[in-house]
Design a protein around this ligand. Structure first.
Ligand SMILES: *Cc1c(COP(=O)(O)O)cnc(C)c1O
Length: 460
């Protein structure tokens, strides 16, 4: 196994597409789309230099937000299709990539354990995928509210305003997971049409108790939407050949199979560039809500066009092509391809957490469930204000170190959570920031110990 060169793959991809283009006969490009060489040179110089203003998302030392470059296979596959620029809105906008979209959507549904007849399509991202799920929830139960955990992504609150739906917030337990007793009470006292559960929160990667919440929802005839935008691919870790990982909530990922709809983002853990989310519906008849006709599309076939089951119109065929090619090269398997990468990320988080626990200068907030770890510099005095100040200080010092910087992120937690997990901390303010590290690159497994040691020495 070797890490493929992006340059070599890009070269092969562009060469092939240019040969294909040439096969249609040569022609002269119009002079208007020519570019003045000096201006082009200056534009590229400035552009490439300005891109250097990014943080090093590709490097193990970047363990901040949910950011990493796409896999070179995705990059080359995307570029090849982008050169042609198919639009997956209608089948005639890009027949091959539309077909590929149907294939990868079926692959994602199968990975999640959803039935063969599952209806779905790719979206611009998790926001639109979740919007479509909430919209279908409203169409099915126009007079009922949706219940969403306090720790769910903020998109649910915003989109329920867009959709003018009533949203009820469900409290969480100490670890930030939806509280089952609170859900049970809510289902008894409110008219809830759909419950949103999160498989891997954006904050700390925690997983709602999906397996236990499902029967409660069923008893009250409430539908279940799982927001697995971040964590959906971790379902591979519930398969027989997957490695054992302490603290990994396999049963809740398994239970995604029973949900009514799922949002999953290939541009988070599916190795893709941005612009690739996915929405899946267990009941394919919800396609009727999307139904519309168009005077200028849908002519080449009577099959259901992707644009007829999607709220977005133009969508990059390249996004579907890139995901298709990536999953051929790196399959959705528990111990190969995508699964091997995810297993390394999950182990990285466990290694990171253990290293924090052995360090005197750092304190672990709680053991990680997936691949995000929260911790804080052990404060001089046991107060929330000291934790807050020390976290902010270490975040900045580590990021701005001229030699061997480490990039983390900050996460603000309420005093109650911090005190329950660490009873010795005095609540002299309402909340405090802790450090958060998203270990979504498999290289983090190798570098976790060294990175924590570096943070530890900077904190001391
Ligand atoms: C990232 C994320 C979203 C939003 O998705 P985008 O792809 O950023 O639009 C929604 N929910 C969860 C749990 C996420 O992690």
């Amino acid at each position: 196994m070797s890490y493929p060169s992006a340059q070599a793959l890009l070269h092969r991809a562009l060469q092939h597409v240019e040969d294909w283009e040439a096969s249609w006969g040569s022609f002269e490009h119009h002079s208007s789309i020519g570019v003045n060489p000096d201006r082009l040179d200056a534009a590229m110089d400035e552009y490439l230099e300005r891109l250097e203003g990014n943080y090093p998302f590709h490097h193990p030392r970047y363990a901040g937000q949910m950011l990493k470059p796409p896999h070179p296979v995705a990059l080359a596959a995307y570029t090849a299709a982008q050169r042609i620029n198919p639009n997956n809105h209608a089948l005639d906008g890009g027949p091959p990539t539309s077909q590929m979209e149907q294939e990868v959507v079926a692959d994602l549904a199968e990975m999640l354990g959803l039935p063969d007849e599952t209806l779905g399509h790719l979206t611009g991202g998790g926001t639109v995928a979740n919007l479509e799920a909430l919209w279908v929830a409203r169409e099915l139960h126009p007079d009922q509210a949706i219940a969403v955990s306090e720790n769910a992504h903020y998109t649910h609150g915003r989109m329920s305003e867009v959709l003018k739906m009533e949203m009820v917030s469900v409290p969480t337990d100490t670890y930030g997971r939806l509280d089952l007793d609170a859900l049970d009470t809510l289902l008894d006292t409110h008219d809830i049409g759909t419950v949103v559960l999160t498989a891997g929160t954006t904050g700390l990667g925690t997983v709602d108790p999906i397996a236990d919440a499902l029967p409660l929802c069923r008893d009250s005839d409430a539908r279940v939407h799982v927001d697995a935008a971040y964590g959906g691919f971790f379902r591979l870790m519930t398969y027989d050949q997957a490695p054992d990982l302490n603290g990994f909530p396999a049963s809740h990922f398994e239970a995604i199979a029973e949900s009514d709809s799922v949002a999953i983002d290939p541009h988070k853990h599916g190795l893709q560039p941005y612009g690739c989310g996915c929405i899946l519906f267990r009941d394919p008849t919800v396609g009727r809500f999307y139904q519309h006709d168009s005077p200028y599309t849908y002519f080449t076939s009577d099959e259901l066009h992707l644009g007829e089951i999607s709220l977005e119109c133009s969508r990059a065929g390249a996004a579907a092509g890139a995901l298709w090619c990536t999953l051929k090269a790196l399959p959705l398997a528990p111990n190969d391809g995508v699964g091997a990468i995810l297993a390394a990320c999950l182990r990285a988080a466990r290694t990171w957490a253990e290293a924090v626990e052995t360090s005197d200068a750092l304190t672990l907030l709680a053991p990680p469930e997936t691949d995000i770890v929260a911790y804080f510099p052990t404060p001089d005095s046991p107060t929330l204000s000291a934790v807050d100040a020390a976290s902010q200080r270490l975040f900045e010092t580590a990021m701005n170190a001229t030699d061997d910087p480490v990039f983390t992120s900050l996460y603000r937690l309420p005093a109650e959570t911090l005190q329950t997990l660490h009873p010795s901390l005095k609540a002299d303010q309402d909340d405090a920031a802790v450090l958060r590290s998203v270990l979504m690159k498999p290289e983090h497994e190798t570098y976790a110990d060294a990175l924590v040691e570096r943070l530890s020495s900077l904190a001391a």
